[in-house]
Design a binder for this molecule. Structure first.
Ligand code: PLP
Length: 433
């Protein structure tokens, strides 16, 4: 058996380039992180060879004694990492990623064309929360279910709970979804619970972005109020790419969530679990219970606050005025520029973030904002000081964008590239392979 360099130099060369890009850039995409070498080792292991359709002890293939042991360990660690009582909560660790996990929940507890309400994508929600435009049902979650999004109050940048309540009373959804991809504040879970109860809806939280922060108890705990909690595993949680679904063990609205959700995952929508991912996730969830992990998540939040503080000092408008979690959303429209251009200019200087819609935007391709997240660079050891400097770099990039009117002036961009000379931060053993 050959190593990759010998077996396929072409793919090895691409990986090398990507690795160098990851090393050399300031990674500020709020949904990304650097997972550990230990997790990478599991993801690249022989676990990828095994078929194990079904659940531990109830498989459709032989040879699963160790895979059963692994999946049970992963489930136990998942419940422990989120401080859950095994008698009250269960978890399915097989979802292939966040979007499938969400769709699996919907098919588990809803009938086709039942009504759902999630935060609208241009206001920070995710595609898989029922996204549709006036012209098109974009996501499968709006094709197979009837979606009526709720939105932010544009004057505060906070979820408009009053309007959500009014709409829910008229629309009578069967499921209300908390959680977002670009919302810098905590959800008001008690309020959402009240609204769900008043209309007889299930309440679900998609904590994909903030699951690391939830595990470390640095943000509000959605498990206190929700019936179902879904998550990806590769964002602030810092695991391999995957998904999980947590469910209450007692029936909710007459539905046995445990069997409905387990059946929706397999055989409903998936086949064989990705055991290499489940193994990597088990490693991540063990780490998520450590004091270092809690310190890391605290640092993620303080770094984000330092970034927000400096951006406000520099005169920027932040959606909701600041941040309680790992991301800030900057509204660039008062400066007369858009997020797409700023993303491009910053990308040329190896500062990686993403353009993002802000409330009131007309176009998702040329939106008026940028989203900046702190998890990845915090993994690489950055503190408040470096995040304050990052705000200055971004400011410089924005100035260049304004002056150069986008990419019109190459020389301005070159000047900017010279200005951005990064401190010599090394990845040590944080990233491998
Ligand atoms: N849910 C939320 C809130 C997300 O932000 C994302 C991804 O960004 C997802 C779900 C989907 O995860 P995946 O890309 O793994 O399908």
């Amino acid at each position: 058996d050959h190593g990759l360099s010998e077996a396929d130099p072409e793919v090895r060369a691409i990986i090398n380039k990507e690795k160098e890009r990851q090393f050399k850039s300031l990674e500020l995409i709020a949904s990304e992180n650097f997972t550990s070498r230990a997790v990478m080792e599991v993801v690249g292991s022989c676990l990828t060879n095994k078929y194990s359709e079904g659940l531990p002890g109830k498989r459709y293939y032989g040879g699963n004694e160790y895979i059963d042991e692994l999946e049970i360990l992963c489930q136990k660690r998942a419940l422990a990492a989120f401080h859950l009582d095994e008698n009250k909560w269960g978890v399915n660790v097989q979802p292939l990623s966040g979007s499938p996990a969400n769709f699996e929940v919907y098919t588990a507890i809803l009938n086709p064309h039942d009504r759902i309400m999630g935060l609208d994508l241009p206001h920070g929600g995710h595609l898989s929360h029922g996204f549709m435009t006036p012209k098109r049902r974009v996501s499968g979650t709006s094709i197979y279910f009837e979606s009526m999004p709720y939105r932010l109050d544009e004057s505060t940048g906070l979820v408009d709970y009053d309007m959500l309540e009014k709409t829910a009373t008229l629309f009578r959804p069967k499921l209300i979804i908390c959680g977002a991809s670009a919302y810098p504040r905590d959800f008001d879970y008690p309020r959402m619970r009240k609204i769900a109860d008043a209309v007889g809806a299930f309440l679900m939280m998609d904590m994909a972005h903030i699951s690391g922060l939830v595990a470390a108890s640095v943000v509000a705990d959605p498990f206190e109020y929700c019936d179902i909690v879904t998550t990806t595993t590769h964002k602030s949680l810092r695991g391999p790419r995957g998904g999980m679904i947590f469910f209450k063990k007692d029936p909710v609205l007459g539905v046995d969530l445990e069997s409905a959700i387990n059946n929706a995952v397999f055989p409903g929508l998936q086949g064989g679990p990705h055991n290499h991912t489940i193994g990597g996730l088990a490693v991540c969830l063990q780490h998520a219970q450590s004091p270092e992990f809690k310190a890391y998540q605290n640092q993620v939040v303080s770094n984000c606050r330092a970034l927000a503080r400096r951006l406000v000092e520099l005169g920027y408008t932040l959606v909701s005025g600041g941040s309680d979690n790992h991301l800030v959303l900057v509204d660039l429209r008062p400066l007369g520029i858009d997020g797409a251009r700023v993303e491009k200019i910053l990308d040329m200087a190896s500062i990686t973030l993403n353009k993002n819609s802000v409330p009131g935007d007309k176009s998702a391709l040329v939106p008026g904002g940028i989203r900046i997240g702190s998890p990845a660079m915090t993994t690489r050891g950055f503190t408040e000081k470096e995040f304050t400097a990052i705000a200055d770099f971004i400011h410089e990039g924005v100035q260049i964008t304004i002056e150069a009117k986008g990419l019109a002036s190459g020389s301005k961009v070159q000047e900017f590239l010279k200005f951005v000379s990064y401190p010599d931060f090394s990845l040590t053993d944080k990233v491998s392979n």
